[in-house]
Design a protein around this ligand. Structure first.
Ligand code: GAL
Length: 656
């Protein structure tokens, strides 16, 4: 099976989405000149080129792409060639209105934007396969081709009639009989019993709350249908070029795809990452997505898209201040990326993204953005031979699962204030601040090697996952578990006692009497000055815990907010950030897990990749970091002994 190393060949892939069809052909040689000057060695072509490649049904125009592929090859620039199936040409929707997706309210999504395709449409799938086949046949042997990029950010939904047909088929495969479906969905509630498969529909607009398991299954189904579209195209290109790796780019922490499952089907895992330059936690957001992507890839991964400057889709879009683009790119490399790429090469002059930055901005070659890109290209070339292929060391696993997210994030629950991604962020950020490098894992993955496992929140846990966690603790690992975990089974059926009994025994809880969610801004005061946010619980301990921190005041006065029984911790609230960090640092220390470096100044990130130590200063002020012994900084080619000073947004890549 080919992998990322087949495309990188000891280089860090550096480049971005290139949409030359938006520009007169005279621009192309100039693009290649600027690319070469900046050290760009890879571009992604054709992501949205379907109507250029197939202007009329079955009529192809490859001349322009032939010339481009040749030009790029002559310039020594490799091509990640995309199947253009994320944005069908207007003729497809016009000819086959059934290719257009419908939302839960029955409204059609029309062409004129992008991603207006139904994953369930047979006509869409047929036409997508045909253009993929044509591309693979034509360019499979081209020397510029280094990787295939399938579609773009699969993220569509469809509640239409073809989707309904496929949903029924999917449910038959899952449940076999209607009886089993009725049991899983709990259709005794509100007279929802199904007597004929034809009665089953996607969760369309309803008068009042919809069946939660129907919604959960529809999310599972949607992820599976999109994956079917993706693997169908993958199989076509693989048939032509078994030696060329295949990827599809994920959106970061996106709810629509079970990315654990998807990653298994890819040769290269890639992600698009756009933290807000004005977000004080932008670096932590980046670290989270990078850790998750590396864990899905089980090794080096590809940063497929980031912005060289501003995006165009937030309320207020700030550019990156000087140095930030380089810092965040090096952060991705530190956390396992062997490719640093952008959306997009040249900033558009027309279309919906003309205010979105590019590596070459409207200011052109003299613009600060391009000048900084050029500097980054040189930095990456300098470190590439030492870093590519290197593994990132992590003793901590954060558990995350899409099915649990889908089940927990529904209508009519105890509190709408609980936002799963935000809970995940809070925990990962606390670990980041404690200087601990983390992997992510699925609750049923093999957790061997992780001395500390944390579960920010897994509302739904299968029996196998519960057994896995319990066995891991029994095997000597430490587990720290957040509230609202182990509540439901795989069908979103509340477990007896509202928390799996095996987990209650693990933590020393006899009875979970009630959940007491907190209002925004409300705090649950606890012993020792700990203050809980978002949530609290009325727990009756069984007397076996070794340590507890109790609620103070209010209805829960004296009841445990935090319990520790041996190596298993349960947090029935979300402690304020400093306390969460202290608690996780303590659990890590007890588990024998050490931070990457002791005594790091605030805002400085340290990550080990292979034998390299990356130091990243996310602050705007210079800082001095104490170092063990003498290191060589690959970026500046200087030697540092005992300490090193990093400037504003400064970085060092140190070799012992
Ligand atoms: C991504 C997408 C790109 C571009 C970019 C803008 O989601 O894949 O095509 O739209 O966002 O930030």
């Amino acid at each position: 099976m080919p992998g990322l190393s087949d495309a990188t060949r000891r280089r860090i892939l550096f480049g971005g989405d290139y949409n030359p069809e938006q520009w007169p052909e005279e621009t192309w040689p100039e693009d290649v000149r600027l690319m070469k000057t900046a050290g760009v060695n890879s571009v992604t072509l054709g992501v949205f080129s379907w109507s250029k490649l197939e202007p009329r049904p079955g009529v192809h125009d490859f001349g322009w792409l032939d010339r481009l592929m040749d030009l790029l090859h002559e310039g020594g620039i490799g091509v990640v060639l995309a199947t253009p199936t994320a944005s069908p040409p207007p003729w497809l929707g016009h000819l086959h209105p059934d290719t257009l997706p419908r939302d839960a309210d029955g409204r059609t999504e029309w062409w004129g934007g992008r991603q207006h395709f139904s994953h369930s449409s047979t006509a869409y799938r047929r036409h997508a396969a045909a253009i993929t086949e044509a591309l693979a046949a034509r360019y499979g042997g081209h020397p510029a081709l280094t990787m295939w990029h399938i579609n773009n950010e699969y993220c569509t939904y469809d509640h239409g009639d073809e989707a309904a047909t496929r949903f029924r088929r999917w449910l038959r495969d899952r449940y076999g009989t209607l009886d089993a479906l009725n049991t899983a969905w709990g259709t005794a509630f509100w007279s929802q019993g199904y007597g004929d498969w034809a009665e089953v529909v996607p969760p369309r607009r309803a008068h009042y709350l919809r069946n939660p398991t129907q919604v959960l299954d529809f999310r599972r189904f949607t992820s599976d249908m999109l994956l079917e579209c993706c693997t169908a195209e993958r199989d076509i290109v693989r048939r032509h070029t078994p030696h060329i790796p295949v990827t599809t780019n994920f959106m970061p922490l996106w709810s629509g795809q079970d990315a654990w499952r998807w990653a298994e089907e890819e040769d290269v895992v890639s992600v698009d990452l756009y933290p807000d330059p004005r977000d004080p936690f932008g670096a932590q957001e980046g670290a989270l997505v990078q850790d998750m992507t590396r864990s899905q890839a089980r090794g080096p991964w590809m940063l497929m898209e980031q912005a060289a400057g501003a995006v165009n889709w937030r309320g207020v879009n700030h550019p990156k201040p000087r140095g930030l683009n380089r810092l965040w790119s090096l952060q991705a490399v530190a956390r396992g990326a062997d490719a640093v790429c952008y959306f997009q090469w040249r900033q558009s002059r027309q279309g919906a993204e003309k205010f979105h930055s590019g590596m070459v901005s409207h200011a052109g070659e003299r613009g600060r953005t391009y000048q900084e890109v050029k500097q980054l290209g040189a930095d990456l070339a300098r470190i590439a031979p030492h870093v590519t292929g290197g593994a990132v060391a992590a003793d901590v696993a954060v558990l995350h699962d899409w099915h649990s997210w889908w089940a927990g994030d529904q209508e009519a629950r105890p509190s709408r204030e609980v936002d799963y991604p935000d809970v995940l962020r809070a925990w990962h950020r606390a670990l980041w601040q404690a200087g601990l490098t983390t992997d992510f894992a699925r609750p049923d993955h093999d957790l061997t090697g992780y001395r500390l496992v944390v579960v920010p929140q897994l509302y739904l846990l299968t029996d196998a996952a519960v057994d896995n966690l319990v066995a891991h603790v029994r095997g000597g690992a430490t587990l720290v578990c957040g509230f609202l975990t182990g509540v439901a089974d795989q069908d979103d059926r509340i477990r007896p006692g509202a928390m799996d009994v095996r987990l209650r025994e693990l933590f020393g809880i006899r009875t979970l009497h009630e959940w007491w969610p907190l209002r925004p801004g409300e705090r649950a005061e606890c012993e020792g000055g700990l203050r809980g946010t978002l949530w609290s619980e009325e727990l009756e301990p069984d007397g076996t815990a070794d340590e507890t921190i109790a609620y103070r005041g209010g209805e829960l006065d004296g009841l445990p907010a935090v319990l520790r029984k041996g190596r298993a911790w349960y947090l029935s609230t979300l402690p304020e950030p400093d306390r969460l960090r202290a608690l996780l640092a303590r659990a890590a220390a007890d588990a024998g897990v050490r931070p990457v470096l002791d005594g790091l100044p605030d805002g400085v990130e340290a990550v080990r990749r292979g034998d390299l130590l990356f130091l990243l200063n996310h602050g705007r002020e210079p800082v001095t970091v104490d170092l063990p012994g003498t290191h060589h900084d690959l970026l500046t080619q200087t030697t540092a002994t005992d300490r090193i000073t990093l400037g504003r947004y400064g970085a060092a890549v140190l070799k012992p």
